[in-house]
Ligand binder design. Structure first.
Ligand code: FAD
Length: 464
């Protein structure tokens, strides 16, 4: 394969607007790096696209030379699906323009943009759309899998706010997909991941989001897990619509708002974010405080863009990671028993179990309106993530993630998960379980747009 690529790489360079890199180029090692340091792959060619025409050229070149394709947006996929040994990496990171039309409340976002660029451009006009909680994540991979974050309780997933996409399909054609054009393809890209082509531009609806939001974090000792999770259940049942909560089993970060004696202390945190009045947020924080006095807490107004960047450093590039997800209807006593037994068994201080709340705006969308890999019933998306500063710790914590997940299956919604949390690339049964009854429709659409399954480095849907 590499030889084939070498012979043709000059041809590709001549027609390409962006740089085309091979292993001998000085920028090659930087360009092939991924967020997860545990993944080290060496593509034969890295095609750094500048336009939809470049993407099309790269797809056709890979097909002509029999090269396996990987598509790179923000490079955050935990399984490293965005790179490939000896194949062709379609690198979209130079296609990161964001244009906001404040009157129409729409944003056009390049297929390789990071969340930080979208958040900043929209907030210039007091606008935002739901996205993830770490701003160096790619809009591309995040959105195509669904996209959940602080605004999801209010406005749904990222895909629920998608108006249209421009997408290069397996035949090299650039197509528009929206409700009024290629609606089947539009349905499939809203949750079906990178299976259907390379999205060169996303068009999002934006909402008014005040530049300042209310932030609160309360932290408890590890042995208080049962009480914290029971309290989260109670607080959640009456949480105002303008607020959102993340529950985290986590080590206290060495951040300025954490007293020095608690840095790295393992425990449980409730993070409460408010998009309404400060009083409403303060009332919920007071209720939490009086129900179960925390070890320490922190409360402050902050700009929305600062909220979006708050977890950036703790989730920086260079960690060795492994991820698995599940859905919970509720923190039942059985689920709490499993979680509190498993959390203390991790070794790396960076490894976490996180729970994102899904209801309200999320649940207002019908189950079959998009291809999203999960039910729209109110509940929690759980993530068990090994995050290790050195590779030696990953072996242990990867096994921890797997046995924690196995123990959660009987007390959760089962084997299905948010596909963006799948770290293992060859898990057909897991992908089927995640899409459930939507899988067959996705497979039929895959047959139309990618019958040879050239876009298979993802939570792969096989052509029917
Ligand atoms: P990449 O690795 O570049 O891409 C992943 C896959 O997406 C590629 O293999 C490809 O198949 C596809 N892809 C990417 N861009 C395109 C495109 N333009 N066209 C076609 N296919 C494309 N998810 C959430 O929902 N909410 C969160 O808060 C959240 N936080 C995260 C924090 C961290 C630190 C990490 C590592 C992940 C987080 N995720 C979150 C999961 C994240 O959504 C997935 O890892 C997602 O795949 C990342 O997208 P990317 O573009 O950065 O990744």
């Amino acid at each position: 394969m590499t030889q084939l690529a070498d012979s043709g790489i000059g041809d590709l360079r001549r027609t390409f607007e962006g740089p085309v890199l091979g292993p001998d180029d000085t920028e090659y090692d930087d360009a092939r790096r991924l967020w997860n340091a545990a993944i080290d792959r060496r593509p034969a060619v890295i095609a750094r696209c500048r336009s939809a025409a470049d993407v099309s050229r790269a797809v056709l070149f890979a097909r002509a030379h029999g090269l396996e394709i990987a598509v790179r947006g923000g490079a955050h996929n935990p399984g490293g699906s965005s790179s490939v040994d000896d194949g062709l990496m379609i690198d979209l990171s130079l296609m990161d323009d964001v244009t906001v039309d404040p009157a129409a409340k729409l944003a056009r976002v390049g297929g390789g943009a990071l969340l930080s660029k979208l958040d900043a451009a929209a907030q210039e006009h007091g606008l935002a759309t739901p996205a993830g909680m770490v701003s160096h994540t790619g809009v591309g991979g995040l959105t195509l899998g669904g996209g959940m974050g602080w605004l999801t309780r209010k406005f749904g997933l990222s895909i629920d706010n998608l108006e249209s996409v421009q997408i290069v399909t397996a035949d090299g054609q650039l197509r528009r997909a929206a409700e009024d054009e290629n609606p089947d393809l539009f349905w499939a890209v809203r949750g079906g991941g990178g299976n259907f082509g390379v999205v060169t531009e996303f068009e999002f609806r934006l909402h008014e989001v005040a530049p300042m939001v209310s932030f609160g974090l309360a932290f408890w000792e590890l042995d208080q897990g049962t009480d914290v999770l029971r309290m989260a259940r109670e607080v959640m049942a009456k949480l105002p619509e303008e607020l959102n909560i993340v529950v985290a089993a986590v080590n206290a970060p060495p951040a300025p708002f954490v007293p020095a004696e608690y840095h790295f202390r393992p425990g449980y945190a409730l993070i409460v974010v408010g998009f309404g009045t400060a009083e409403e947020h303060a009332r919920t924080m007071a209720e939490i405080r009086s129900t179960l006095p925390p070890l320490f807490e922190f409360e402050s107004p902050m700009p929305y863009v600062a909220l979006q960047q708050l977890l950036d450093e703790a989730n920086g590039w260079g960690m060795h990671a492994y991820d698995k997800g599940f859905y919970l209807d509720e923190f039942t006593d059985d689920a709490i028993e499993v979680i509190t037994a498993q959390v203390p068994l991790k070794q790396s201080p960076g490894s976490v179990a996180l729970f994102y709340r899904l209801d309200n705006g999320y649940s207002a969308v019908a189950d079959d309106a998009t291809a999203f890999s999960g039910s729209r019933a109110p509940g929690w998306a759980g993530f068990i993530v090994a995050v290790c500063p050195v590779p030696e710790l990953l072996e242990h914590d990867r096994a921890w993630v797997r046995s924690f997940w196995d123990a959660m299956v009987p007390v959760s919604r089962g084997q299905g998960m948010y596909v963006n949390a799948i770290s293992d690339l060859d898990v057909d049964d897991r992908v089927r379980a995640s899409y459930g009854p939507k899988y067959d429709r996705l497979a039929a659409i895959k047959t139309t747009y990618d019958p040879d399954n050239i876009f298979h480095r993802n939570a792969n849907i096989k052509p029917a």
